[in-house]
Design a protein around this ligand. Sequence first.
Ligand SMILES: *[C@@H]1O[C@H](CO)[C@@H](O)[C@H](O)[C@H]1NC(C)=O
Ligand SMILES: *[C@@H]1O[C@H](CO)[C@@H](O)[C@H](O)[C@H]1NC(C)=O
Ligand SMILES: *[C@@H]1O[C@H](CO)[C@@H](O)[C@H](O)[C@H]1NC(C)=O
Ligand SMILES: *[C@@H]1O[C@H](CO)[C@@H](O)[C@H](O)[C@H]1NC(C)=O
Ligand SMILES: *[C@@H]1O[C@H](CO)[C@@H](O)[C@H](O)[C@H]1NC(C)=O
Length: 953
Amino acid sequence: MMELWDLTLIFFVASASTYGNVLHQETDVHYAVSYFNNIHTSKLQAPKGILQETAIKEDANDGNPSNQNTETNNMHSPKSLSSEGTMFQFKFSEWKGSDIFDKDGNCSVVIGCTDLYHSDSCLVCRCSKNSTISIIADCSNANLDQVPTQLPSSISHLLLAYNRLNSSSLYPGVFDKYTDLEVLQLDSNNITTLADGVFRGLYKLERLNVYNNSIAMDSNLNKSRVFAPLNGSLVYLVMNRNNPNTSNPNLVYPDYALSLLTNLKTLYIDGLRGKRFGPLFGLLKNLTKLVISGYDQGYCFLESLHNDTFKYLVHLKHLNISDCGLNGSLVESSAFAPLNKLKVLDLTNNFYLGLEAIGNLMYGLRNSQTLRRLKIQRVVPRFSPCILILSKTLRYFRNMSLENIEAMDNEIEMIEFGALKMLPATLKTVNLTNNKIMFGAYWKNMGELVSLENLHLDGFFKPVQFPLVFPDSSFKCVSPPEGYGSFPNNGCICNDNSCSENQTDFMLPLPPKLRNVTMHSNSMAYIINNITFCSNNSLEYVDVSSNHFQTLQGPVMGLEHLKVLNMSSCFIETIGDTFFDNLTSLEHLNLYQNLLGDCLNADLKGQIFDKLTYLESINISFNNLYRLNRNAFGSMENLLALDLSINRLSHANFSITHMKRLQFIDLHRNEIASLPEVIRSHISWLLSRGVNVTIDMRQNPIECDCGNLDFLQWVVDTKVFGNNYSYYYCKFPIANAQALEMKNGYDEQVAMLSYSCEKHIIMFLSVAGGTLLMVLVLIAALIYRFRWTLRYWYHAAKIKISSTREVDVKDFKYDVFVSYANSDIDFILQELIPKLKERGIKVLVHGEKFKVGRYITDNIYKAVVKSRKTLIVITKHMLDSHWCRYELQMAKMQSVATGRDVLAFLILEDIPSSKLGPEVLAHMKSSTYIIYPKLPQHKGAFWDKLADDLRSS
Ligand SMILES: *[C@@H]1O[C@H](CO)[C@@H](O)[C@H](O)[C@H]1NC(C)=O
Ligand SMILES: *[C@@H]1O[C@H](CO)[C@@H](O)[C@H](O)[C@H]1NC(C)=O
Ligand SMILES: *[C@@H]1O[C@H](CO)[C@@H](O)[C@H](O)[C@H]1NC(C)=O
Ligand SMILES: *[C@@H]1O[C@H](CO)[C@@H](O)[C@H](O)[C@H]1NC(C)=O
Ligand SMILES: *[C@@H]1O[C@H](CO)[C@@H](O)[C@H](O)[C@H]1NC(C)=O
């Protein structure tokens, strides 16, 4: 008997602990595996994607040669025809206008030859009809050394780029026939001179392009009247990339030759070192755009700008002198002074110009009311240290009406305090992308930029340091100019420990009309505590993605108009409950690729987002989310799109029932097997109201078994997954079964399952019915057999839970708990208790100290536990008492559980052992028992013995 009890217990304890271990290991392994799976898949998939792309590219390449083949075939076919003597079935001379065009307005390939006897000179011109008046003959890239003369005379565009035309192919009158030409492209040929009369008859020509030839801008060109026929028509002339040696002293800007083009509006020309644009440019009253750009556009090496360089270009609106090797020390401050209609000035990529020289150059434009846009990207040498924007640099800006400054890639680190006040009040957009601008006292002047709407401080190629504290130790100017001032709180942008005092002083002013700020990828690393922005701001859009904001403590105050916040890829681990509390206008929140798994798991009350009532989209994709709380999105009644993709969620247990406008839930790449009924019915309800809801559950282990049939049926009925089922899987409940991609949707699976599950149920009912019965009988038998164990454990557990500490007390309150039948009360009260008390034994009797309101069984358990021993007074009455037997069992269990011998028996009267019953007998056998003596003279010794027994534990 004893062994059995022990065994049961040992088994129970052992199995419980191993079960626990197994559970632990399993979950750990599961997490580890899924964690690595995630990494794995993301790592594996990238190269796969690339592979696929290259495969596609190869395909495309495969396609290209074949395309080329067809073209060459086309090109070659006339040759083969010619050898057979059946050449030119189609004759241009016989061509009557519209025949070659199909009804869509395109025409088939027009084949012609310049020379009947040399099939090499066969050419391909593709012609197309762009509109009713434009007929485009595209003969570019056709290896032509002659201008084709057989084309229809009505063509309006003749494209001859990338051929081998040279000066002798361009003889006077060569285009005579094409009097309707509006556009002529001769770029990338081998033209060295333009003879007078080449453009004879082209009195409609508007655009001429001779880019990338070798037409020298020498005195011969300037003397020529080659452009005379185009006077009054030509608007657009591209003649740059013709003079590689821009320092050749014999070259001049051909002001006489060009002055014949009185209608010219746009001119692209090479930039000659040290040369001026001559007085005859003054005749070009319509010339508004001049591009003198080097590098990949043309040839330009100006180096210097003089007060009279642009003296006669007074009508210019756009001037582009990018990539012209301008040298800051060689530019004169009045160079732009004549340009009093200038709107756009592009000084980009003049690495040796420098900000200071630009400041000086603005002298000439200081009162310009036309200049709107200044492009000064890359105007300092690469890697120059300590590029500063000084008040002095900006001294001529104040009265201009600039709206847009593009000053990217200038290594700018700091702006002098007060400098921003020098900027014009008209400024709307400043792009300072990829500089190294730090926070500084100049932020105090931000309010001065009264019109600024867009500010771009992004980083791209190199990390930019925004130090936590300004000025910080990494600020290594040799001699920092005076006037940089210091920020309140030592310049902390956030009040970390180093500057926690006087937090309220830390207010960031913003330009009052600023709507759009981007500061992505510039290595900001902050714990964002409470920041207050001065309240008269209009900030709507903030992109601070790809920075390092591990903790967002908040609250952020003052951004009452903020609608879009992008904090993706910011390594955010923690978001405080109040961070978003004051950003109540937020409509779009992007938290893609952060580390919010633990934070959102711990957000039990859904406090993080609880003020974002107007949110329309939230992206928490790629955040290692593994569990969301029911009310994680509790307040988002206006949400349209919820993106939780690429996480480790296994259940969709968050509530969406308040989202009345929801259109899209992205759950792809999670570990979700099914959607719960609440979510399904809400979506069905939305669908029934005409809201077009879709769910993306690609790459989830969707279970295809009878238990999930409801869900699958719902998916089929509602079509919430859309039409494309690539990457949708079926996971089968069979061990090691491969997940199967459901390219054609779940319809088949549902049909199969509904059939087999029905059969299943009938089988289940018949087989399981029998089994169940057997199991029930077995359980009943077991329960009966182990009823005391169960009861004991039940009470033990119950009391342990309710009052753990009481039970844990080691020393006993009583030496003995006496269990007796009520009929024996006289003996107990008159003899047993007094006799034992005399001997210093603390006695507890059944019913004496039992707590009112507690179940009697609980009381017995407690009494047993609180006493060193339980003394069972065996009488005939006792054997009939239900509670006594219960007490006996409890004591027995306590002995087993604690390993102490708890029980003692006092046999008060003679009872035949047959009457005791096997249970009591068994207990008595393994415990001490003492028989009450009949003779009075033995009684003293008896009580002594009993007291001793009870004292020993
Ligand atoms: C054809 O016409 C479209 C507008 O209709 C225009 O954008 C395009 O530049 C034209 N193509 C050519 C080669 O002129
Ligand atoms: C360009 O013309 C020059 C002489 O005019 C000749 O030497 C050269 O080979 C030609 N280049 C091409 C690509 O035809
Ligand atoms: C300048 O262009 C306008 C049309 O834009 C034209 O009317 C005017 O005649 C042109 N001026 C000259 C001097 O050709
Ligand atoms: C160019 O103009 C500036 C300002 O008007 C003047 O100071 C400078 O002397 C001029 N340079 C020359 C070479 O005339
Ligand atoms: C700012 O300049 C960068 C670099 O040229 C450019 O990529 C970016 O689009 C610009 N930003 C805006 C908003 O115009």
